[in-house]
Design a protein around this ligand. Structure first.
Ligand code: UD1
Length: 441
């Protein structure tokens, strides 16, 4: 470990607060639309599994080895957050080694939490292992209010005392005690936080109405490899038998289903023949179904997906829902596909109340979209026309890239630091498939 390249830096948080992305804040993408996509691209590990699993390394002082960790701005931010507390992390390619044997301050500062809400995931592990935590409240978010009341309610049920002081959740517990928790709604990071808290609690915890997302299952798999006793992950009832301590382990992060879906939608929109390797098609059924409805030919094996498409897509209507329903993180990309479909698609967002920020930008490219409450009615047009657009959040950025790839002429996508949070060098990988796309510094 001593010779391994550094994964994070230990500059004071103030110095790094504006450096949360790999690219520069002003980077843009220039896309010249047209042309089909063809070729093969490898899928990275799942961001939304890597983040809770990195937080879970706080649960032991032993070394945890993680494979298939994606190279993303959000992963770097989580690394900085852990390092700021005293954890030692190193990275070589997609392999990260973490050791939390000298945690000094059990604290997640506002400067990092405000750039990445998933920072809240350190709350459960810190409280479980150290009996205390000070984690900034995330505040508002571009896609909706996104409160963390369920995390707080669940931890209180486990016997923790939590107060809000000066914008921070200040939490304390001697040893958490197993309890039955029923969450008011299905929450992914809420389920993960409570699961991580409960692994070291005294006795049995039952989480009902648990999120069934594959990333929750992957986290449970990693925790069990570390000595936890969790069963039922992937169902809506997760049962955790608390243990005294966890130990080191090696875990491979599951493939990113949203990245996979985004590349597939791009190919369905542009036409062509694209094969994605290192994927987990069984986690993508709702998305593959919709791609077939759009007229694409989709074939899948154990760890690959191939999509072939020609001509204008057929419109698809969909409604986002917790897993195994259609993922909200794929909603914006499918809206871009509907923009050029031969007919009318209706897209209903049920998870986040403000997740249509991409609509106004898609309209700048010539899309015809009307918003009716939580439904966007998309009337497909034969052609979009390139323009300058601005990304507002991670998946909105991905939808603008898809739209830019099919639009006639040049599209400039501004503020792509959002894109860099969740996609590793997306432009290079699309270019390898034949897209005309480049990053402007
Ligand atoms: C996770 C994903 C995000 C995805 C989302 C929904 C990570 C790091 N992020 O976010 O990419 O879009 O799931 O699939 O995994 N809610 C509350 N109170 C709470 C918790 C949630 O009201 O305490 C609400 C939220 O505002 C939202 C809904 O529940 O309306 C679902 O949110 P949740 O599943 O918690 O999303 P995240 O875990 O933040």
């Amino acid at each position: 470990m001593p010779d391994a390249p550094r994964f994070f830096d230990t500059r004071p948080v103030r110095a790094i607060r504006t450096a949360a992305s790999h690219g520069q804040p002003m980077d843009r993408l220039r896309i010249t639309g047209g042309g089909p996509l063809a070729g093969e691209v490898g899928v990275a590990g799942a961001k939304n599994a890597a983040l809770p699993i990195l937080a879970a390394t706080l649960l032991t002082g032993d070394e945890v080895v993680l494979e298939n960790v994606p190279q993303l701005a959000d992963v770097t931010t989580m690394g900085r957050l852990l390092a700021g507390m005293g954890a030692r992390l190193s990275r070589e390619g997609s392999r990260v080694v973490a050791k939390a044997d000298a945690i000094g301050a059990a604290e997640a500062p506002y400067e990092l939490v405000k750039t990445m809400r998933a920072s809240i995931l350190v709350l459960g592990p810190l409280l479980a292992r150290f009996g205390q935590a000070r984690v900034s409240l995330p505040g508002g978010c571009a896609i909706g209010a996104r409160p963390v009341d369920q995390h707080i309610k669940g931890l209180r049920a486990l016997g923790a005392q939590l107060q809000i002081e000066h914008g921070y959740i200040v939490a304390e517990a001697s040893r958490l005690k197993g309890a039955r928790i029923v969450t008011d709604m299905v929450t992914v990071t809420g389920t993960e936080n409570l699961m991580m808290a409960a692994v070291l609690a005294d006795g049995e915890t039952v989480i009902e109405n648990a999120a069934r997302e594959p990333e929750v299952v992957d986290l449970a798999r990693c925790l069990n490899a570390m000595g936890a006793r969790i069963r039922g992950a992937g169902s809506d009832c997760v049962v955790i038998d608390g243990v005294e301590r966890l130990h080191g382990a090696t875990h491979r992060v599951l493939p990113d289903r949203i990245e996979t879906g985004t590349f597939l939608v791009a190919a369905a929109a542009c036409g062509g023949d694209v094969r994605l390797t290192g994927a987990a098609p069984e986690t993508l059924e709702a998305v593959l179904d919709k791609l077939r409805q759009a007229g694409a030919e989709v074939e899948a094996g154990a760890d690959w997906v191939r999509l072939r498409a020609r001509g204008r897509p057929r419109p698809v209507s969909l409604r986002t829902a917790p897993y195994p329903g259609f993922p909200t993180d794929m909603q914006a990309q499918f809206m871009a596909l509907d923009c050029i479909a031969d007919g009318v698609g209706r897209i209903t967002e049920t998870i986040f109340e403000n997740r249509f920020m991409h609509v106004l930008e898609l309209q700048r490219l010539g899309a015809q979209i009307d918003i009716e409450g939580s439904t966007a009615v998309v009337r497909g047009v034969p052609k979009l026309s390139g323009a300058s657009v601005m990304a507002t959040d991670l998946r909105a950025s991905a939808s603008l890239v898809v739209a830019g790839l099919v639009a006639e002429g040049e599209t400039i996508v501004d503020r792509i630091y959002h894109l860099d949070r969740g996609y590793d060098r997306m432009e290079a990988r699309l270019a390898a498939l034949g897209a005309r796309i480049e990053r402007l510094k």
